[in-house]
Design a protein around this ligand. Structure first.
Ligand code: BES
Ligand code: MN
Ligand code: ZN
Length: 511
């Protein structure tokens, strides 16, 4: 289901959509449209809001019928909380709740009044489009019988002022592209592993590359063998599904046409993004317990995020050069599977004792990171991975774990995260932790035991990035939600996608 977004000038009083949405702060100071609607609907409007206890609290919404006094059938009022703490995150959450409420009331077309005191029109439009589209996503994949959930909002209109129209259009487009990216990642994460195989993701990557004008190359098992990617191949050994190393290349950093070729800087070094793409993680021979094992169909969300970020960069025509790598395979037990104690030689030449086959993410990332650096000499490299259960022990589902070797890059990722509305929290990577991943038989072992599991996993990865500035996002705690919370969808959440896209937007701004 795609929802179209249109930005125009106009008043909610005349909007012909099924429903109109007004934002309102907790402390007085109503937007002009609010007073106009109150006048049109008479005292019943304020009485109705009072009756449902609406006070403008953050993300609280109330729905009022217009009884034929406005072209719209319903008015949804969405709370933003206290005026002095107005943020785009508040707008995003309120827009999501309002859109869900209007959908449940049967609105197919919905208009938002963008007038929010304390936020500029571009920011408001972006947050509003992003929040509504994220909030409206739900996975309906395989249901042959649908009841109420057949209702969908198909059309969003954002009403801007004459002066704010251009900024609102630009903001809404960003919000729309970002939300589309997140929703596409969610969809891949929610689809089962018998549909989303490495081969399926490679095909999807090719389709997106063709549609948005970036390059896609797929290295198969034979190619991996030629390249001696022993860590990635080790994980793939147990599965009948062919593994794929998917490589995406978007080069928006080319100088505009017509400029003398000589003035072009010697090949712009790209930003590299690497996403863990385990289409199903059974644990392998170190088999996981059955409880919640089905969630491991989402162990590819790092890769889905990288794919979404590439598509967004291309759609936004960002002037950056980006390469994305998705090491994609299942992790399965079988007679050919890698066994605890086996030693593999990674692409980099480093030997790894695989003491636990369930610590497979770091193995596939080790080869993808080293290969990305060797082949593309990126300026910086970021990886995103559903890497450690320990990350959700440390931070719960409310923050992405952030680790890395380069303080300046870490700061940039933190700033981009802040601007994106996603939370990241840095964990330390002190030398002491490296003791835990020393092996008696090889250069490294692939787990460091229970203490500081997120950190020792990152320490392992750091051994494959050399001196390239590197940052690692552990989305294991944030990738899944058991329930819908404002714009966070039940099931796969698409965590990390907004950080990645914002990082590319910010990198484009620096260029
Ligand atoms: N994909 C899992 C991590 C995970 C668990 C993500 C739960 C999301 C939800 C990863 O491959 C894994 O199994 N990690 C192990 C590492 C351990 C064996 C060192 C873990 O976290 O238990
Ligand atoms: Mn695992
Ligand atoms: Zn995994």
């Amino acid at each position: 289901m795609t929802t179209r977004v249109v930005v125009k000038t106009g008043s909610v009083l005349r909007a012909a959509e099924d429903g109109v949405v007004l934002f309102r702060h907790a402390d007085g100071g109503e937007p002009p449209a609010f007073a106009e609607v109150a006048k049109a609907l008479g005292p019943a409007f304020r009485q109705a809001l009072k009756a449902c206890g609406f006070e403008g609290k953050p993300a609280h919404v109330a729905l009022v019928h217009t009884m034929g006094r406005l072209p719209a059938r319903v008015v949804v009022v969405a709370g933003l909380g206290p005026r002095e703490s107005t943020t785009s995150e508040r707008v995003r959450q309120a827009a999501a709740r309002a859109a869900q409420r209007a959908r449940d009331a049967g609105c197919e077309r919905l208009a938002f009044d963008l007038n929010v005191k304390g936020l500029d029109p571009g920011e408001t439009a972006r947050a509003c489009a992003e929040g509504a589209l994220l909030g409206l996503y739900r996975f309906t994949g395989y249901k042959t019988e649908r009841g109420d959930d057949r209702r969908e909002v198909r059309h969003l209109t954002l009403l801007a002022t004459e002066g704010g129209l251009a900024a609102a259009r630009a903001g809404a487009r960003r919000g729309e592209i970002i939300a589309d990216g997140v929703n596409q990642a969610r969809e891949l994460g929610n689809l089962p592993s018998n549909a989303v195989t490495p081969t399926h993701i490679a095909e999807r990557a090719r389709t997106l590359a063709r549609a948005h004008g970036f390059a896609c190359e797929v290295i198969d098992r034979k190619g991996m063998e030629r390249l001696k990617m022993g860590a990635l191949l080790g994980v793939a050994r147990g599965s009948l599904e062919p593994p794929k190393l998917i490589i995406l290349r978007y080069d928006g950093a080319r100088p505009p046409r017509g400029r003398a070729a000589r003035s072009r800087p010697a090949a712009v070094k790209p930003i590299a993004l690497v996403g863990k793409t385990i289409t199903f993680d059974s644990g392998g021979i170190s088999l996981k317990p059955a409880d919640k094992m089905e969630q491991m169909k989402s162990d590819m969300l790092g890769g889905a995020g990288v794919l979404a970020a590439m598509a967004a960069a291309a759609q936004l025509e960002l002037p950056v050069s980006v390469v994305g790598l998705l090491p994609a395979t299942e992790n399965m037990p079988s007679g050919t599977a890698i066994k605890p104690g086996d030693v593999v030689t990674a692409f980099s030449g480093t030997t790894i004792e695989v003491v636990n086959t369930d610590a497979e993410g770091r193995l596939v990332l080790a080869d993808a990171l080293a290969y990305a650096i060797k082949r593309y000499q990126p300026r910086v490299i970021l990886d995103v991975a559903t890497l450690t259960g320990a990350c959700s022990v440390a931070l719960g589902q409310h923050a992405i774990g952030l680790l890395g070797t380069d303080p300046a890059l870490i700061e940039r990722v933190k700033r981009s995260a802040d601007a994106s509305g996603e939370r990241v929290w840095q964990l330390p990577l002190w030398d002491d932790y490296y003791e835990q991943i020393k092996s008696d038989v090889a250069d490294l072992k692939n787990t460091g035991g229970r203490p500081a599991g997120t950190i020792t996993a990152a320490a392992f990865l750091s051994r494959f990035v050399g001196s390239t500035p590197w940052a690692h996002l552990d989305i294991a705690g944030t990738m899944w939600s058991d329930e819908t919370r404002h714009y966070v969808s039940k099931g796969a959440t698409g965590a990390g996608v907004r950080v990645l896209i914002q990082f590319l937007i910010d990198a484009a701004g620096r260029a």
